[in-house]
Design a protein around this ligand. Structure first.
Ligand code: AMP
Length: 536
């Protein structure tokens, strides 16, 4: 599938190291077929069972896969295998039909979130080299068709816009018959997820047909998911957690029933749980807290819910205990990342584990390292940064060589940026994000975001961004750079960064040019040492 004519996605994609690929393959971890085929197998055996439901109605498996085949054939008339499309649909049946349609056509969806607006969508389209954009017509406060027009004026490569609903000047979601699904290399990306950083430009996470289905399978095992399960998609389905842990793809993958809703609040969802007999759902801690409280006033019968997955951010011990009382026996803590590694507590774990830990890896092939600032392993049970490698963890972000040099160890471990403790029983206690965030006038700034942009400047060879104490702002931002040739001035650099689309509050307040930067033993810029040097 590597086709230079087509600006193919393999360029910019970091695959498995050879030895690791062999090890995983020898263990029989991979299905070695397209993701959509793996997902589809169980449903094909139960054509009359309900597959997907939203407020507009239900599709059986036969109907879902017929619709997905037509959608795929439709996309194939407009787009070539390997091309990328930014997919921004809400939680509806059309999300499932369109995602499976794109996968059948081997067009690679970039899983944008409903909250994204033009800045993020344009960035995702640019960074992925997208040829298309799929969106809703409108939602309260936003007309996506206008956003699409703006996108096309900013990113010239976006040739096609497909709209769910009233397309306005664009195309409706496509449909055609008579298409043979495209062949794919299962070790190449099936889709691109979005990194979870709340600040700065989101990064693209390439997940392959093989690794993503393996992710689904391990999640299915960790949740004891079965065909009788009914899953409520309460979080935006494009997130890794509700998409594949086990989420929409895992539930379809076992022949269960996916119920979509765009409104996760208990006054809506509790009724849906009762109506459809929902057995499994996934929430972030803030929602779990709300659902827990709502048990005292919402009258609906939610006793069908056997599994309440909570993750994406830290669930406090007291909230975990309260959730366990409100939904007896149902809580599962999940600590994972779209980059790969997923940890989960297991059904039947004791109360202490459920309340105090964020689970353990879902695959026996997940490798964890907990290291100190110099990259040395900490003593067992001590806190440190979590590094991880495994059959479904990426080796690099898509088209991000500079970021990848820092974000991954030379032997392929992903640096999570999460501080954790691994207990003697193998369970993980989440401690914190590593403290690198600069807080400037109340705004949180991730130094990485600015450093990455600085490296695009032709004269900047290395960069470190640090926060320095400031009476008015709390902290102000200082860029420390190693340059080749003439060093740019601070105003020049600020103009350059603005031109790259960096928000104004992230522009450095001070610039220092140095001949070299200190690095830690693992090759990360040692921001602490840089800071100490400046404060001397
Ligand atoms: P994302 O890439 O959006 O999946 O976000 C991944 C990040 O979210 C992780 O690296 C953690 O920082 C955070 N996260 C996810 N789950 C948890 C959890 N259960 N507890 C604490 N932080 C979490």
């Amino acid at each position: 599938m590597t086709d230079p004519e087509n600006n193919y996605l393999a360029e910019g994609f970091v695959g498995y190291r050879h030895d690791m690929r062999e090890r995983y393959a020898d263990a029989g971890l991979f299905a070695d077929r397209p993701l959509w085929e793996s997902v589809q197998a169980a449903g094909l055996a139960r054509p009359d069972s309900p597959a997907v439901t939203d407020p507009a109605g239900t599709l059986t498996y036969a109907e879902l896969y017929a619709a997905a085949a037509e959608r795929g054939a439709g996309f194939a008339e407009w787009l070539a295998p390997g091309e990328r499309v930014v997919l921004q649909l809400q939680n509806t049946v059309e999300f499932a039909v369109t995602l499976l349609g794109l996968l059948r056509a081997a067009v690679v969806p970039v899983m944008s979130l409903p909250a994204h607006r033009i800045a993020e969508i344009a960035h995702l389209a640019e960074a992925s080299g997208a040829a298309g954009y799929v969106c809703e017509d409108t939602r309260p406060g936003v007309d996506y068709r206008e956003l699409a027009a703006e996108l096309q004026s900013r990113v010239r490569g976006v040739r096609h816009v497909f709209v769910h609903g009233d397309p306005g000047p664009h195309s409706p979601l496509p449909s055609a018959s008579d298409h043979t699904p495209a062949t794919v290399d299962p070790d190449e990306p099936a889709l691109l997820l979005i990194s979870g950083g709340t600040t700065g430009a989101p990064k693209l996470i390439p997940r392959t047909h093989n690794d993503y289905w393996y992710n689904a399978q391990c999640s299915i095992e960790a949740t004891l998911l079965a065909p009788g399960d009914v899953y409520l998609t309460a979080l935006p389905a494009a997130h890794n957690f509700p998409l594949c842990c086990p989420g929409v793809l895992g539930v379809l993958g076992v022949g269960g029933h996916v119920v979509f809703t765009e409104n996760p609040s208990p006054d809506n969802t509790f009724g849906l749980i009762e109506k459809h007999g929902v057995t499994v759902t996934a929430l972030v801690p803030a929602l779990a807290q709300l659902w827990t409280a709502a048990r005292t006033w919402e009258p609906a019968d939610v006793s069908s819910l056997r599994l309440l997955q909570v993750g994406g951010a830290l669930l406090t011990e007291s909230d975990a205990r309260a959730a366990s009382v409100a939904f007896p026996g149902a809580l599962q803590q999940v600590f994972g990342m779209a980059e790969g590694l997923i940890n989960a507590t297991r059904i039947g774990d004791d109360d202490e584990i459920l309340a105090r830990t964020q689970g353990r890896p879902i695959s026996a092939f997940d490798e964890l390292r907990v290291v100190d600032e110099d990259g040395a392993a900490v003593a067992a049970g001590e806190p440190g940064e979590l590094l991880t490698r495994g059959p479904y963890t990426i080796r690099g972000y898509y088209r991000a060589e500079a970021i990848n040099r820092r974000g991954f160890s030379p032997d392929g471990f992903y640096r999570s940026g999460d501080r954790v403790r691994v207990r003697a029983d193998g369970y993980i206690e989440y401690v914190s994000r590593l403290k690198e965030t600069i807080v400037r006038g109340g705004e949180n700034i991730a130094p990485d975001d600015i450093e990455e942009e600085l490296l695009f400047h032709p004269a900047v060879r290395e960069a470190a961004v640090i926060g320095l104490p400031d009476d008015a702002l709390g902290e102000r931002t200082c860029a420390v750079v190693v340059t080749s040739g003439t060093a740019p001035s601070l105003p020049e650099l600020r103009t350059f960064l603005l031109g790259r689309g960096l928000a104004r509050f992230k522009l450095p307040d001070r610039l220092e040019s140095v001949s070299s930067l200190p690095y830690t033993a693992v090759g990360k810029v040692d921001r602490k040492a840089v800071k100490a040097g400046l404060l001397e």
